[in-house]
Design a protein around this ligand. Sequence first.
Ligand SMILES: [Zn+2]
Length: 274
Amino acid sequence: MYTYIYKHLILFTLITFISCSKKEPEPFTFIQLCDTQLGMGGYEHDIKTFKQAVKQINELNPDFVIICGDLVNNASDSTYTDFNLIKSQFKMDCYCAPGNHDVGNVPTEESLNYYRKIIGEDYYSFENKGYSFVITNSQLWKEDIKGESKKHDDWFKKTIKSINTKEQPIFVAGHYPLFLENYDEVDQYFNLPLEKRLELLNLFEQNNIVAYISGHAHMPIINNYKNIKLVSGEATSKNLDSLPSDLGFRRWQVSRDTIIQSFISLTPPLNESP
Ligand SMILES: [Zn+2]
């Protein structure tokens, strides 16, 4: 009798263990690349540094790459052709968010349609190993664009709320940092307007957002808001801090219990021909 119970107890434990371990999300890494902005640090220079970033990232072999906007300095057929050509060299998926240099400081129907035609969707979501990634068009948060901003807002709220019901942690990516030093700082060129910023922070807090990643600042800006990581990374084109920081990108290592990110510098010499 005891042997019978004992055998079944072992079997039950084993089944529980196998089914639990199956559900455990696999650890993974992804890369946050910011402001490739071809033409900002010198056109040929930025081509070289973007190519170098692609080369190093392919060697690191992350699950995917997210470029947090300002893909080029001046959006045109020729700059986007160069951008898309270099981007096509990634051996893994590369997801782009639009920046102010891509769709304009005040986006228009024309600038948005051009981006959507040449680069692709400007906001969307995808999943990876138990996490959700929501790519936003933060220019539509920075400026209130008739017929576009409300649509983007509605989509964003609906998307994160529907993911939250699945209890899946969410990364959000955009171009603008929410803030630079304090969550309630005054509005300026590098942050999002206070009212929108507070609304977003509140939404993030309520909907299982673990991190918001961005670019635009051309320097590292690393903050926390109630355990939400807010990280703007270094550019590959040109950094604007006084040091200035090295050019490079950020690697995120995600496991069930920890999410850590670190800077990886571009490796000189950058002597490939464009
Ligand atoms: Zn920008």
